[in-house]
Design a protein around this ligand. Structure first.
Ligand SMILES: *Cc1c(COP(=O)(O)O)cnc(C)c1O
Length: 461
């Protein structure tokens, strides 16, 4: 399977190259030249078998199905539930798809665990090493630390703003005890960390020197890995049933994975609600066909406090009829003026893809957290509550499948403020969180961070 950049300046490249580079060199996102035709989940097919089948199709030519089966086994045996992403019924024709049974209790684990195994395999084969660099305001850093810890071919550097992330989120990153995981606490805020990461990726000499790579949600492998649980849910609830997936959305990666599952033939049609908090870029895009520059607003659901959903680019590529020049003009206009608008034909196509976006504010989110507790006796995380509230807002004849993207225990502060109750930590996380933390505190200075990475990567080689 080959991949091209949505902006037309790169590819076709192999799966291995698309995976290991993350972002395409022209600033676009890698997408398959053609979607594979995949059969829906078969009765009795396990999550492991399904993931192997789907990921083998996307990595055809780079990784054999036998090898993939081994990587999938290593990735998902750390999950606390045998079906990896179980369904939990919360009402008549209303289910939660629980994506938080991985080591760091958030859905980022589902993709990050397998991407780490794939990286390690591809790099060992090539006899190469890579440096994974990311900034985190919460869940991504922990998931990356847990997934890459102890792997031979990758050094991971995670930048977080000192004192500004919750203790439990920090502990998931800093307690791995692995010598290839490096945590930097920078003075300042998340945007400062993010700016340093961007500058380092933009520094071609440094980028080549340490072989930088990105595993944020623009990496196609994450989308492919996430398409598996949509197919699994359709299989578990019955191939003939009409489902509506309600997806708490930040960068639109998870929602795009549902679109991909449908495009490949694994869902019974596509009906999708992209549920956002007060950061309503997706709502405006779906309703008006235009994209405007905004700043992120802080809410109860911090993992979704994103002003520009990066994976919307892949959806827009499709509605523009896969014409890279059109897409490039659209994003060039957005970069220059902070505004871009689709032409009428693309607007029409966007209305027909089966995606609707709904915005839920903090008050409604809080009310929904209490309501879910009253109805089910279980505390749910604020991101899941945004999804659940969105589902109530738009009635449907379909069976609702709401993605539960994090375990409540990951957001104890917000949950106890809103519900007056403290979510218990799963037992398996207690031992993990009892370990010593390791991180270095540094000024948010580009030169100092670059030097820090250079010394550590050099030492490991
Ligand atoms: C990352 C995240 C999301 C948003 O997912 P996207 O793929 O960025 O849309 C939602 N909920 C939680 C808990 C997350 O960590």
């Amino acid at each position: 399977m080959e991949y091209v950049s949505t902006r037309g300046g790169s590819g076709p490249v192999s799966f291995a190259d698309a995976c290991l580079s993350g972002l395409a060199p022209d600033g676009g996102l890698y997408t398959p030249v053609e979607y594979p035709k995949l059969a829906p989940a078969k009765p009795g097919e396990s999550y492991f078998e399904l993931a192997t089948r789907i990921l083998s199709a996307f990595s055809a030519g780079s990784i054999s199905p036998d090898v993939m089966a081994g990587l999938v086994e290593k990735a998902y045996s750390s999950f606390a539930h045998q079906s990896v992403t179980p369904l939990n019924q919360v009402g008549p024709d209303r289910w939660l798809l629980e994506l938080h049974h991985g080591p760091t209790l958030a859905f980022k684990d589902v993709a990050m665990q397998i991407i780490a195994q794939i990286y390690d395999h591809l790099l060992a084969e090539r006899g190469e090493r890579l440096t994974v660099l990311c900034a985190t305001s919460g869940d991504t850093g922990g998931a990356a630390a847990a997934a890459f810890a102890g792997l031979n071919s990758v050094d991971v550097f995670i930048l977080h703003p000192y004192g500004r992330i919750s203790p439990i989120q920090r502990r998931f990153m800093t307690s791995t005890g692995a010598s290839n995981v490096h945590n930097l606490a920078l003075d300042g805020d998340f945007d400062g960390c993010q700016a340093i990461v961007k500058s380092l990726f933009g520094d071609t000499a440094f980028r080549d020197e340490v072989s930088l790579s990105g595993v944020n949600s623009i990496n196609w492998t994450r989308i492919a890995a996430q398409s598996v649980y949509f197919a699994a849910a359709q299989g578990a609830l019955g191939a003939d049933r009409k489902l509506r997936f309600v997806v708490p959305t930040g960068n639109f990666g998870d929602a795009l994975a549902a679109y991909v599952a449908a495009r490949c033939g694994m869902l019974n049609g596509l009906e999708l609600v992209s549920a956002v908090n007060a950061n309503r870029t997706m709502v405006d895009l779906m309703e008006t066909g235009s994209l405007s520059k905004r700043s992120a607003i802080a809410t109860h659901s911090p993992a979704m406090d994103i002003a520009l959903p990066s994976n919307a680019e892949r959806l827009l590529f499709e509605v523009m009829g896969r014409e890279p020049s059109k897409l490039k003009n659209f994003y060039d206009s957005f970069t220059q003026s902070g505004e871009a608008e689709l032409d009428d034909q693309s607007k029409g196509a966007l209305k027909c893809v089966g995606v609707k976006a709904v915005s839920i504010d903090d008050d409604v989110t809080a009310r929904e957290m209490n309501r879910l507790y009253d109805e089910t006796g279980t505390l749910q995380c604020p991101h899941t509550a945004v999804g659940s509230a969105s589902a109530r807002e738009v009635p449907t004849d379909c069976v609702d499948v709401i993605l539960s993207t994090a375990h409540a225990a990951k957001f104890p502060e917000t949950i106890s403020e809103v519900t007056g109750k403290t979510p218990p930590l799963p037992e398996r996380s207690e031992s993990f969180l009892a370990r010593d933390e390791e991180f270095d505190r540094l000024e948010a200075d580009l030169g100092k961070v670059r030097e820090y990475i250079r010394e550590r990567v050099g030492g490991a080689r």
